[in-house]
Design a protein around this ligand. Structure first.
Ligand code: CU
Length: 159
């Protein structure tokens, strides 16, 4: 009898641990919100463009954006533009650090999400689907509105 009682108590203890760990289980995507996503309209014949947005990490620890995908382009890369004297260079990033309780802004001449090999030209007012993937595999899929943004040097240099 005592053995049965003990094993029952052990099972209940396990269930409590499981339940409480589930209550606290949250993904990186739960902690990170995306605001102001925009994609740059393409000029005729242009096959690459960039997406800009802001990621807010509400968590008390840093996270990482590790990848992005979109049906609109053959390839997507995470990039940072670097001003080097009179020209802008592009750096491809394996991931983008999202500091705790802070905004990380993707903007012209800085961080951006590069769409390479667009399946078709994109015009202002259209929407393209984008999926952002974080280090734990969780993700956000969102619609990005295409805007006519004044050209800056950074993407004219891309081919
Ligand atoms: Cu780029």
């Amino acid at each position: 009898m005592i053995n049965v009682f003990n094993s029952k108590r052990w099972i209940i203890g396990c269930l409590l641990v499981l339940t409480s760990s589930m209550a606290f289980a949250s993904t990186v995507a739960d902690k990170v919100t995306v605001t102001e996503p925009v994609a740059r309209e393409t000029a005729p014949g242009q096959t690459n463009t960039a997406i800009y947005l802001t990621l807010n990490n509400a968590d008390t620890k840093a996270h990482q954006l590790v990848n992005a995908t979109s049906p609109a382009a053959k390839q997507i890369q995470l990039h940072r533009s670097l001003q080097e004297k009179d020209k802008v260079a592009m750096l491809r990033l394996n991931d983008v650090m999202l500091p705790a309780q802070a905004n990380t802004k993707f903007m012209p001449n800085g961080l951006h999400i590069m769409l390479l090999g667009l399946n078709q030209s994109i015009k202002a007012g259209e929407k393209i689907s984008l999926t952002l993937i974080f280090e734990d595999g969780s993700y956000h899929t969102l619609d990005v509105v295409v805007q006519n943004m004044t050209q800056t040097m950074d993407h004219a240099e891309h081919s």
